[in-house]
Design a protein around this ligand. Structure first.
Ligand SMILES: Nc1ncnc2c1ncn2[C@@H]1O[C@H](COP(=O)(O)OP(=O)(O)O)[C@@H](O)[C@H]1O
Ligand SMILES: [Mg+2]
Length: 217
């Protein structure tokens, strides 16, 4: 599903990624752990095509992404990839359902089809009665679940999450982790998740450890 070869990235003089190799199979849940500053978020942003490496190759579904123009890359990202960030980045002036629909609108899905799918997802995530609420009318756990629904609306094959349960209490964190497992089981979606949460790392198929810009374990 995903293959990264010899990924390097520097910010100015500072070398952040020093030749990372990683392969992920379809339907696999891989967690990335490591100390703060190890380069986890930088790697995730590159794997998720939000950022480009200085050198190295990234293949998703056998497509070499460095060969795509920015426009093709953003279309690819919109259709194939879902993101869940630690801070949910919901748009404050839009309701839960409107936030969830936005990636579908960008993909050219009609309003009625997008809303139908968004309702299904919000229902699945236990937010049936919260659809018209704005983010500031939702709890932290509810906001994060809206962000999860938004990440899933275009049925991405590949989902990246950067400390998705970092701001959740243990009950909400557990529910989110169980949801990831269920989505993999039901839809064979592939997950790459940066986490400090040991329970989530233990639930995953494989954990890789990063240290000083390299995968060491
Ligand atoms: N846009 C940036 N510009 C400059 N330095 C950055 C940038 N993003 C990250 N860094 C630096 O790169 C290193 C790795 O950061 P990051 O990938 O966020 O690590 P982690 O997610 O493992 O905590 C840190 O030292 C950080 O300060
Ligand atoms: Mg980080």
């Amino acid at each position: 599903m995903l293959k990264a070869k010899s990924i390097y990235k520097s910010y100015g003089q500072l070398q952040i990624l020093k030749g990372v190799d990683l392969e992920v199979e379809r339907g696999e849940i891989v967690t990335i752990v490591g100390a703060s500053g190890a380069g986890k978020s930088s790697l995730l942003n590159i794997l998720g095509t939000l950022d480009r490496p200085d050198s190295g190759q990234l293949y998703i579904n056998d497509i070499e992404l460095s060969k795509l123009s920015n426009k093709s890359l953003s279309d690819f990202r919109n259709r194939k990839i879902g993101f869940i960030f630690q801070f949910h980045h919901l748009l404050a002036e839009f309701s839960a359902i409107e936030n969830v629909c936005i990636p579908a609108f960008i993909a050219g899905v009609s309003k009625s089809d997008a809303e139908k799918k968004a309702k299904e997802l919000l229902d699945l995530l236990g937010l049936k009665d919260r659809m018209s609420h704005k983010p500031n009318e939702l709890s932290g756990g509810e906001q994060q679940r809206v962000a999860v629904a938004r990440a899933l609306i275009n049925s991405p094959a590949l989902i990246f999450a950067d400390e998705p349960s970092g701001n959740l209490d243990s009950v909400n964190a557990l529910e989110l982790h169980e949801l990831f497992i269920k989505l993999r089981k039901d839809f064979n979606q592939t997950f790459v998740i940066v986490t400090h949460n040991e329970d989530l790392a233990n639930l995953s198929d494989r954990t890789v450890m990063m240290k000083d810009g390299l995968i060491v374990h």
